[in-house]
Design a protein around this ligand. Sequence first.
Ligand SMILES: Cc1cc2nc3c(=O)[nH]c(=O)nc-3n(C[C@H](O)[C@H](O)[C@H](O)COP(=O)(O)OP(=O)(O)OC[C@H]3O[C@@H](n4cnc5c(N)ncnc54)[C@H](O)[C@@H]3O)c2cc1C
Length: 329
Amino acid sequence: MPSHDVMPNMELYQPVQVEDALAIADRLAERAWLVGGGQDTYGWLKDRAKSVDAMIDLSAIESLRGIRETSDGIEIGALTTLTEVTESEVIQQQYSLLSMAASRVASPQIRNIGTLGGNASQDVRCWYYRRGLDCYRAGGNLCYADTPQGMNREHSLFETSRCVAASPSDTAPALVALDATMVIQSSSGVRTVAAEDYFVGPANDIENTTVLRPGDILTAVRIPNTWANASFYFEKVADRNVWDFALVNIAAAFKLSGDTIQESRIVAGSVQATPRRVSNVENAIRGQSRSAATADSVASMATDGARALAHNGFKIPLMENLVKRAIIG
Ligand SMILES: Cc1cc2nc3c(=O)[nH]c(=O)nc-3n(C[C@H](O)[C@H](O)[C@H](O)COP(=O)(O)OP(=O)(O)OC[C@H]3O[C@@H](n4cnc5c(N)ncnc54)[C@H](O)[C@@H]3O)c2cc1C
């Protein structure tokens, strides 16, 4: 599949009102592709690995940008850039898990353009799929990464169902850990979905990574103040420190009383097609001290049910160690 420097010919819509964007998205449905910062989109279209008739560029819709404090938390417009999320004072002060995660995405240039909505909604990064091969996710009947010769070092440990691609997003685990709500609009109205339910795995839908359907626009992400000022931990392990996707990342929030863990949310990324909440560990550490002893006693539970592929077995101790480090803090 040749790579091109230029975009293919297509219609371009640049609405400035969300109502206009919704009407265009509704009218064009599958024929159109929504674009925020384009950092996932342009690769697909320039490589001709996917094609559409039209692009709806959302970046001129001011009402979809910015971070607002609300009566019960904050609301972040879906078109807010990752740099704005990283640098936001209110996010740094009260929800720093998200600014830490956003600050680890890709590179400064990509964070200046890439949006929170696009980062959360981006497609998987399996190279077989992204080079336009006819794998299961692309409507075919083979997973090239899960064959004896398949290169699968970056792929999933859990919940593989035909496709073994892993979630690439650094912000997605943080949004799940913060119990965020995704606000979705279509021409028929507004609906809200918990971040935990926004992401979908291949057993439920092999062609989409989120619940978004043609005509839907993610307009905002709400973060409730229930986890504001909790004790947060984010760590990403990648082959390079910048401009590289996570091999595994961990986003965690702890409510403490002294050094006793009252409640926690611990979420790993890049271990399956969706952020993976490690609920069994969260339950096991409730009421325990936040200590190395507690971490040691539960770490192996984090990978219960993991199935390593030929080349990604290293992710099992990596995930266990990240869960341990999150608990120790
Ligand atoms: C070299 C490179 C390195 C990268 N490294 C990392 C990394 O380390 N960590 C990481 O998390 N990501 C990484 N990425 C991915 C990149 O960060 C994301 O692709 C980017 O954040 C996506 O944001 P965007 O606004 O540019 O998305 P877009 O390309 O505009 O959109 C991505 C997807 O979301 C959909 N979408 C966007 N906005 C909306 C909306 N408001 N409503 C509905 N659908 C929408 C689009 O239709 C598209 O399918 C990397 C990308 C590159 C090219």
